[in-house]
Write a protein that binds this ligand. Structure first.
Ligand SMILES: NC(=O)c1ccc[n+]([C@@H]2O[C@H](COP(=O)([O-])OP(=O)(O)OC[C@H]3O[C@@H](n4cnc5c(N)ncnc54)[C@H](O)[C@@H]3O)[C@@H](O)[C@H]2O)c1
Ligand SMILES: [Zn+2]
Length: 255
């Protein structure tokens, strides 16, 4: 929150002054402090006001994580899982095998460096999200809808919503782009074990669909997904119809 708000304030103060990010949460280390997206929520919508502007530098030290609570570690770890899924099987397998409940901070530090390098590479190639940067949206189309629905009930941490979004979007990947079902189940089991699930019913589907339809990343009202054909096999600009999305939500409820 601090790197988003600080980055936005710095980017608009006197039409912009340089800023440096020193993230102290895992989520900001692997995601929010890198890539130049800054913003604040407005009118009940996430990141409605903001600009793209990179920090002059980002200083990372996982020592900060010694005092982080379990939930905030898990929240950041969901983005690391995403980075593993869009990268390669070795990274993904290492993330599933790591003891995230009792993290060895030295080991985690090495994994954080690798994770942030994934994001850095992608945002350097495509700073303004015209193409490959959309890879980073994996899990986020349905994840943001979960996050917004939760705001009307009991707010959840961003990474939890992303983890639940990954469950549904890996299912969509399996039925639409051939993602292997064994790897889908392994990832889903990891998420269920550590993140639990926010309970939803069929009555929530229209609201969730409505939230996905209004995502600012859509073009011409068509819901945009980033899916996978396999680990590291990124398929941007995918879409899904109402029936497929409802099926993916059924899978989330029943898995
Ligand atoms: N700009 C981007 O690219 C981007 C990417 C992902 C997420 N985000 C945004 O980031 C926000 C979430 O940020 P966050 O997860 O860093 O949460 P946060 O900034 O809200 O911090 C979570 C909690 O941890 C505490 N905290 C911070 N460092 C600590 C430490 N070292 N030890 C103990 N407690 C500590 C904070 O006081 C706070 O209570 C969301 O609003 C999300 O939308 C932005
Ligand atoms: Zn995210």
């Amino acid at each position: 929150m601090v790197t988003d708000l600080g980055g936005f304030a710095a980017s608009t103060f006197k039409r912009g002054v340089n800023y440096i990010n020193i993230p102290t949460t895992l989520l900001s280390m692997v995601d929010a402090s890198v890539g130049g997206k800054t913003g604040i929520n407005f009118n009940g919508l996430k990141n409605e006001i903001g600009v793209f502007n990179n920090a002059a530098s980002v200083i990372l030290d996982t020592l900060f994580l010694r005092t982080m609570d379990r939930e905030n570690i898990l929240s950041g770890y969901a983005e690391m899982l995403k980075h593993g899924l869009i990268s390669n099987e070795r990274m993904w397998a290492e993330l599933l095998a790591f003891d995230v409940e009792e993290p060895n901070l030295k080991e985690l530090g090495r994994m954080v460096a690798e994770s942030v390098a994934v994001k850095q590479r992608i945002v350097t190639d495509d700073p303004t999200e015209q193409g490959i940067r959309k890879a980073l949206n994996l899990g986020h189309t349905i994840g943001h809808a979960f996050e917004s629905l939760a705001l009307q009930r009991k707010p959840v941490l961003h990474g939890y919503a992303v983890a639940w979004g990954l469950i549904s979007e890996l299912y969509l990947s399996a039925i639409k782009t051939g993602f292997p079902t064994d790897k889908m189940h392994q990832t889903v089991n990891f998420i269920k074990e550590h993140y639990g699930k926010m309970s939803i019913t069929c009555d929530d589907y229209p609201t969730l669909l409505e939230l996905m339809t209004h995502d600012k990343k859509n073009v011409a009202g068509i819901i945009n997904f980033t899916l996978l054909g396999g680990i590291g096999d990124i398929r941007i600009n995918q879409t899904a119809n109402k029936q497929e999305i409802y099926e993916a939500l059924d899978f989330y409820r029943e898995c």
